[in-house]
Write a protein that binds this ligand. Structure first.
Ligand code: GLC
Length: 552
């Protein structure tokens, strides 16, 4: 339980459902809202407190829902508006909160607003998107050097009807809305209210950092560097995390505040020291994803330094938001050679560190990437930009260029189609052949499974004030390869500690007298001694009431 004045989302845990791949209730090979409702008990049993549902709105599905044509409808393949309302109610009745995905930055190029806007330079919607004249004698060169978020192409797309360029930060069929036009803001804030009126508890904000661009369209400065593991040519000084964008976060916060304690979680990119600005002293975004864990190194020093950095940038009452995988990036387990023992250690860290952990559907059972050649990609990023890349290069990359590989159907059981859709139906993406052993049904029956560990971790976390709302102190001086931190709840005096051995040798730690809460990989607590084989982790609670700054 949180303290009386503490917002509900402090220390909550989030489960991401990608609806197209979660559960197909009507046998068309595509997941849907009823499918989610039918499977809510799995999410509730996992013990997560907040459900985030990726887009299910009407869309031509060129970017599988992140290209929207109607923000207050439900795509017919996903169900109806009353299904969406029922999903909210059904989650609430199980004590869970619900976040929907809000794609503010862009619409589909098939959205009626864009179809109108591109028709002429003087129609009622002509200024709803970001339009600019081109350069050069024929005006066919892009207006400036702004690159798309993928960095491989210009952010500007030529529109013959208007003889102008429109801006598309992500893919060419996703034109950016112009939030300097107050009508656009009003229209989208009404969308926000529409879903808040129906009871959603907040939103995950799609590529939120790039909404407000420089009104003077100044060139971004050339500066080769790496962000989140991706090489960048230009610093996005005028297109990302601008001061106007932080102001926009404040305005959005005010809209949500009309409804009480609702939550905004931003997909924003940049160093934590920059991203903290979105918090705006509690008047902006409540949470921002910190994506560094997506490209973790399985190394105690790496985790120690990353957690230290997040703690410094997001001190209480701010909450770091941790994420190991999502619908865009590689599955966690593939980054550690498919080793379930290592995936278990990562789960212990994710669910015992201070802040908000996010779990992507299937992560809890150890789903892995499903290799799908670039040639077969449905994902527009892969099919438009990377189809020519030789497969032997693609297979060796640490990151997946074809996002289909991380979006294959949820593995419910070891039977045909993994229980995602009826036998004989072709799912929209292939089911991973490993579903015969990696699936919810088998792991539910196995007390030593990764799923069992995730469930235990969630339960332990919820029951412990120190774990879900306590402060965090990294424990210095631990043996090589061991990560350790202490969590303390000042109000109750409860103190817990996590130790994880990411090294190659067995190690020992002597905590002050403690009891075992949970662990993995054969870690044991015997009297005053913790034994940590390689790839093991443990969470203990201190039994003595006396605290010592030095003890661990
Ligand atoms: C975000 C989404 C991604 C989508 C893109 C464009 O990064 O996570 O799936 O393709 O935005 O909306």
């Amino acid at each position: 339980m949180n303290q009386p004045n503490e917002p509900w989302w402090h220390g909550t845990s989030i489960y991401q459902v990608y609806p197209r791949s979660f559960a197909d209730s009507d046998g068309d090979g595509i997941g849907d809202l009823r499918g989610i409702i039918d499977r809510l008990d799995h999410i509730a049993a996992l013990g997560v407190q907040t459900l985030w549902v990726s887009p299910f709105f009407p869309s031509p599905q060129e970017d599988f829902g992140y290209d929207i044509t109607d923000y207050t409808g439900v795509g017919q393949e996903y169900g109806t508006l009353s299904d969406a309302e029922e999903l909210i109610r059904a989650a609430h009745s199980r004590g869970m909160r619900v976040m929907f995905d809000l794609v503010l930055n862009h619409t589909s190029d098939q959205h009626p607003w864009f179809l109108r806007s591109k028709g002429s330079r003087d129609n009622p919607k002509s200024d709803w998107y970001i339009w600019a004249d081109g350069c050069g004698r024929d005006g066919r060169r892009p207006p400036n050097n702004w690159r798309s978020a993928l960095e491989v192409n210009s952010a500007w797309q030529w529109c013959p009807e208007r003889g102008q360029f429109y801006m598309a930060t992500f893919l060419p069929f996703q034109p950016d809305l112009n939030y300097r036009n107050p009508e656009v803001k009003d229209a989208m804030f009404d969308v926000v209210r529409f879903w808040l009126d129906r009871g959603v508890d907040g939103f995950r904000l799609d590529i939120f950092g790039q909404i407000m661009k420089d009104p003077q369209f100044r060139d971004n400065p050339l500066s080769p560097h790496v962000v989140n593991g991706f090489p960048q040519g230009w610093r996005r000084q005028y297109t990302e995390n601008t001061a106007d964008n932080i102001d926009f976060a404040r305005e959005l916060h005010d809209v949500c505040a009309e409804y009480g304690d609702r939550i905004l979680l931003g997909e924003v990119f940049g160093p934590p020291e920059v991203l903290r600005a979105y918090h705006a002293d509690g008047a902006g975004l409540d949470l921002v994803f910190l994506f560094d864990f997506l490209r973790y190194r399985y190394d105690a020093n790496w985790f120690t330094e990353t957690i230290r950095r997040f703690e410094q940038a997001f001190p209480s009452p701010m909450q770091p938001t941790y994420v190991l995988e999502n619908h865009d990036r590689s599955r966690t387990i593939d980054r550690v050679g498919g080793d379930p023992a290592k995936a278990a250690v990562l789960a212990v860290i994710l669910l015992s560190v201070r802040g908000v952990p996010t779990i992507y559907m299937g992560q809890e059972i150890g789903m892995s990437n499903t290799y799908i050649p670039l040639d077969d990609a449905l994902d527009p990023v892969a099919s438009r930009f990377f189809r020519r890349l030789p497969e032997f290069v693609n297979r060796r990359l640490r990151e997946r260029l074809n996002r289909d590989e991380v979006r294959t159907p949820m593995q419910w059981d070891g039977g045909p189609n993994a229980g995602f859709c009826p036998p004989g139906v072709r799912p929209w993406l292939p089911v991973n052949p490993d579903h015969v052993t990696v699936n919810v049904a088998d792991e539910t029956a196995d007390p030593d499974s990764l799923l069992a560990l995730y469930r235990t971790l969630s339960r332990v976390r919820r029951a412990s004030a120190a774990l879900h709302r306590g402060t965090l102190d990294l424990i210095p001086g631990l043996p090589e390869g061991v990560l350790g931190y202490r969590r303390t709840d000042a109000a109750s005096g409860e103190q817990c500690a996590t130790f994880a051995n990411l090294g190659r040798r067995e190690q020992e730690v002597r905590p002050i007298s403690s009891t075992l809460l949970t662990g993995c990989g054969g870690a044991t607590l015997d009297g005053e001694l913790i034994r940590l084989p390689p790839d093991s982790a443990i969470i203990v609670r201190r039994t003595s009431s006396q605290r010592s700054a030095a003890g661990h």
